[in-house]
Structure formats: structure tokens, C-alpha cells
Design a protein around this ligand. Sequence first.
Ligand code: PAF
Length: 307
Amino acid sequence: MTTQTTTPTLVHTRQELAAALAVQDVQAVPRAEGRAAHTARPHRRAVVMTMGALHAGHLSLVAKARELADAVVVTIFVNPLQFGAGEDLSRYPRDLHGDLALLSGPGLLGPDDIVFAPGPDVVYPDGDPVVRVSAGAIGEVLEGVSRPGHLDGVLTVVLKLLHLTRPDVALFGRKDAQQLAAVRRMVRDLDVPVVVHGAPLVRDDDGLALSSRNAYLSADEHRRALGLSQALRLAAQEREADGIRSTALDTLRAAGVDAVDYVALVDPETFAEVPSSYVGDALLLVAAQVGATRLIDNDTVTVGGPA
Ligand code: PAF
């Protein structure tokens, strides 16, 4: 059933989504000539894809979507395809009511905007898809080593949700930098007609990158998890690629994380490790286990060049 109040329009099925999109299509300012006179926004419809358990990082994406487009769709779907065996699919935090309350906050979604919260049977009506998107080489390093098939699962659902929601622009956070690079590459390689907008990572006041999985952390784990952002901050003060990597690793270990999954300094587009002699901007990524929770963080660092 479609719910229409002052809050966004909540839909669960493909039919409800199609009907709500048709309303947006009529009400949102048309793409044609008169558009510039009616709206300063560059796009007609934006989508923000989430797995729910929303935090300020997601809300910053939605606020940006509001700025960029006349109509917004937020999807909330915990995608089984991107979880490996033994990962946290069953305990992943779910709070649709809380998410809706947050999305209805000032400057975010109104009644013409849509929240699409389907179940797995709606997204995958024939069960696990036989045909899937492959992230290729980007999916085989870093997250792809620790979580085999993860990025394939992400890209498969992202492509499906793009088809279902028909946006002009799709927003993704830079916190999941490898995911963002894989989505950009899919859109380019498969000629998907959408603009991909990467939005800044949002941190707690103490530096911890916001993540729905932070909810799992005890006070002691939260304190040790700060090692990830500290590692990025201290490593960024180094100049050479090798020094950047080793400072990040030492800082993570000193912070008492339970296991370092990876420290990587990569080309932001290809995700290939940069050589020791590298000069230029690179992406420094860290992943570590803190208690039962696996956390990731990243930042752009300037490598080499004049002292
Ligand atoms: O970043 C996420 O929350 C998910 O990977 C996404 C993009 C919603 C796909 O399930």
C-alpha cells in the first residue's frame, strides 16, 4: 500500500514504485527548455541507495541530492548478494521507522520524494540472479580479497536499482571508495545513462568515519577504532609512498585494533598500488577488525613532490 503524508512516499513493491515515479515524472519540472526558468537544480531525479540504519553520512547524501535534483528517491535494501558466508547479513541493523523519521527532517525529503524499501523477493523475484555484474579487476583487490564477490553483489543491485528508479544522478559516499570507483567504472563501461556523484565522507567529532556498523562497537572498541582515522592523519604527514604505508600500519597496530586487514596506497581510479617512487595524489585506504566488527576508512594523500 502507498502511504502519502507530509513525510516521503513510502513504497515497497515494484508497482508502487512505478506509480510514485509516474507522479514525480508529472510533477517534477520537465527536462525540456522551460526547465532553466523553473529550477536552478541541474537534475530532475536523484537516487541515494542505502541499506538503512541511516546516520549523518547518509543524510548528507540526501541533502546533496535535494540540492542537485527536483525529485529524490532513497532506496533502503539490505542486499543479500553483497554479504559473504559468515558476514553480518542477519544481524545488520534494520530500523525503517527510525530511517523514515530521519529522512523527513528539515531540508531532506518531502511528500513528492520517494523511499523505496523492497524486500529480497521484490528485488530478486526469481531468487538469486543467474546473470550478474562483474566488478572485474577493481573487484579483485582490497575489499575483493577480504570479501570475495562483494563488489559484484553491490554492482548487480546498484544496476537493478538504477533501472527501477530511473534517476538522472546517483549519489554515493566516498567512505566506500572502492565501491564508488567500481560504480563509476560500471557506468562508463556499460554506458549506463546516469551521472555518478561522489560525496565527502562524514566523521564523528572524534574522527571515526560514520558507518552503520559503528553501532556494533563497545566503548572500548570505539576507542580502538579511532586508530583507523589516526592512521590516515599521521600517514598523511609523510612524503614518500613507503613511509605513508608504514606509518599507517604502525598507527593501526599501536591503537590496538584486533587485526589489520589491509593498508593500501592506490591510484584512485584503477585501485592499483602506486610504486615507491610515485609522485602525485593517491588514495590511502585502511581496513581493520575491531572486536567482531570490520571497519574501513580512506583519505586522499599527496605523495612525493617538493619538500
Ligand atoms: O553502500 C551501500 O550501502 C550499499 O553497498 C549499496 C550501494 C546501497 C548497495 O547495496
